[in-house]
Write a protein that binds this ligand. Structure first.
Ligand SMILES: [Zn+2]
Ligand SMILES: [Zn+2]
Length: 121
């Protein structure tokens, strides 16, 4: 764990405890039970680690959302914007074209790399 607590907030699923008790009688909910492989074993469904935050009680809100939902859209958007920037620079015959091109290709490279490595998992 890193020391940065800026993006960390209490997990809403387990209320920061790291243990899921969202089922009936304080048992873990079926989602967490399924995640742990105890879906059919009711006796073991108590005090299971929360599957939303991985039992840590804390989730990294921004990155979590970014990884799961925003990444593809953001990657497309960012790449599109940078490509547009490159084209505008080209059309305007900008003297900074080389810098913009280098900058953009670096960003696009890392964005697509991030995107595809994430998808591969
Ligand atoms: Zn949680
Ligand atoms: Zn749960």
């Amino acid at each position: 764990m890193t020391e940065s607590s800026v993006n960390l907030h209490d997990c809403s699923h387990c209320k920061g405890t790291g243990t899921c008790d969202n089922g009936e009688d304080g048992y873990s909910c079926s989602v967490c039970a399924k995640e742990q492989g105890f879906f059919w074993n009711r006796k073991k469904r108590k005090g299971l680690p929360c599957c939303v935050c991985g039992g840590m009680g804390r989730t990294e809100a921004t990155t979590d959302r970014l990884n799961k939902r925003m990444a593809p859209a953001l990657a497309m958007y960012l790449s599109g914007m940078l490509l547009l920037l490159v084209m505008v620079a080209l059309l305007l015959n900008s003297q900074h074209f080389n810098e913009i091109l280098a900058f953009s290709s670096a960003i696009i490279g890392s964005v697509t790399g991030f995107y595809f490595s994430n998808r591969g998992k």
